[in-house]
Design a protein around this ligand. Structure first.
Ligand code: PMV
Length: 353
């Protein structure tokens, strides 16, 4: 007899933090030390696609990432699944009957359309898509999915929502108020482009958990960030967003990125994510801004931000994209051997013959 199954596919885009989440107060529940703010990119660009299938015919849960079966021992995936199954049981209509779907194993297939762990927030999109697909397949309706996504990867809770999103650190010990909320819709600052400058598509050296831990334990700049600067900057960026003050938004975004990486460099041993290429992108952006502001066009201002890796994300108003792209290509001409495709797929550049 054919077995029953349910199957759901969900996609979630990458989000890029403008006020960084950097430091946990609880490593198991993944509770942050500060609020963070991010932009979720649009659905049709860098995203993760996850299919979840449940069936009484499966003997156990299973998980594939980019076509390769991965162990489900990862406690973060386990925590996400546990949270969703707990909710499914709460609102379960089939529970107790023969068709109790909450006890059916799940098979999860996830794929990114960009290199994993290169500092491009792949885990955020991945966990967000997984939580949405698994919740739907188990019939979980309503509730705040950002709480479940957060338990996979902190920044994932922001990818569950679109536009500009704030993740509140919350006060409760159980993390129930550590949730993400939309602050503004995607088109709030008009048509914006995110230009991702891939300085390296390779896996990062220090994972974010270890990087954060070292900063919290040893960095004086991190201490200053947590005690006196990041909360004020968050308040200011929320105000800049409310007032549609693009210029201040850009300045605050760049300061926060610099502060996070300053905290990293002053940790012991230092956590180094940015490279000479990253710093050259920073210089290009400041020079560009100096010139456009001097020309009286602050609406064309751009900003950079760097996550736990060397790749820059530039936020660029549509009217400036042409000029910024041609500048980037002039200053960083692609070599003969690397192509956009090799970068995006995370492949090594072919060696010259
Ligand atoms: O969610 P995680 O553990 O991958 O940490 C993300 C940390 C940053 O990307 C550097 C900052 C952020 O807020 O996304």
């Amino acid at each position: 007899t054919p077995h029953k199954y349910f199957i759901v596919t969900a996609t979630a885009p990458v989000n890029i933090a403008v006020i960084k989440y950097w430091g946990k107060r609880d490593e198991v529940l993944i509770l942050p030390l500060n609020d963070s703010v991010s932009f979720t990119l649009s659905q049709d660009q860098l995203c993760a696609t996850t299919t979840a299938c449940i069936s009484p015919a499966f003997t156990n849960d299973a998980f594939w990432l980019n076509g390769k079966e991965e162990s489900l021992e990862n406690p973060r995936i386990q925590n996400c699944l546990k949270e969703i199954r707990r909710r499914a049981k709460e609102s379960c209509s089939s529970c107790g009957s023969e068709d109790d779907i909450t006890s059916w194993p799940v098979h999860i297939c996830s794929a990114n359309n960009f290199p994993t762990a290169a500092g491009l927030a792949s885990s955020a999109a991945g966990y967000a898509a997984m939580v949405v697909a698994v919740a739907e397949v188990y019939g979980v309706s309503g509730g705040d999915l950002s709480v479940a996504a957060r338990q996979g990867s902190g920044s994932a809770c922001r990818s569950v929502l679109g536009g500009i999103v704030r993740w509140y650190k919350g006060e409760q010990l159980d993390g129930s108020d550590s949730v993400a909320r939309q602050v503004a819709p995607p088109d709030h600052f008009g048509e914006l482009h995110a230009i991702l400058c891939v300085a390296s598509g390779r896996r990062k050296k220090t994972g974010s958990t270890e990087g954060m831990r070292r900063c919290v334990k040893t960095s004086l700049v991190m201490n200053m960030r947590l005690t006196s600067t990041v909360d004020a900057r968050t308040k200011n960026i929320v105000k800049a967003i409310a007032e549609k003050d693009w210029s201040s938004f850009c300045d605050l975004t760049m300061s926060d990125s610099q502060e996070m990486h300053a905290a990293c460099l002053t940790a012991s041993p230092p956590v180094v994510y940015m490279t000479d290429t990253s710093h050259a992108v920073v210089e290009l952006v400041h020079e560009y801004n100096r010139v456009v502001v001097k020309e009286g066009q602050p609406q064309l201002k751009i900003c950079y931000t760097f996550d736990a890796g060397p790749n820059a994300c530039l936020f660029v108003p549509a009217a400036a994209v042409g000029q910024v792209m041609s500048l980037l290509l002039k200053v960083f001409p692609p070599s003969d051997h690397c192509t956009l495709d090799t970068y995006l797929r995370g492949l090594p550049c072919p060696t010259p013959q």
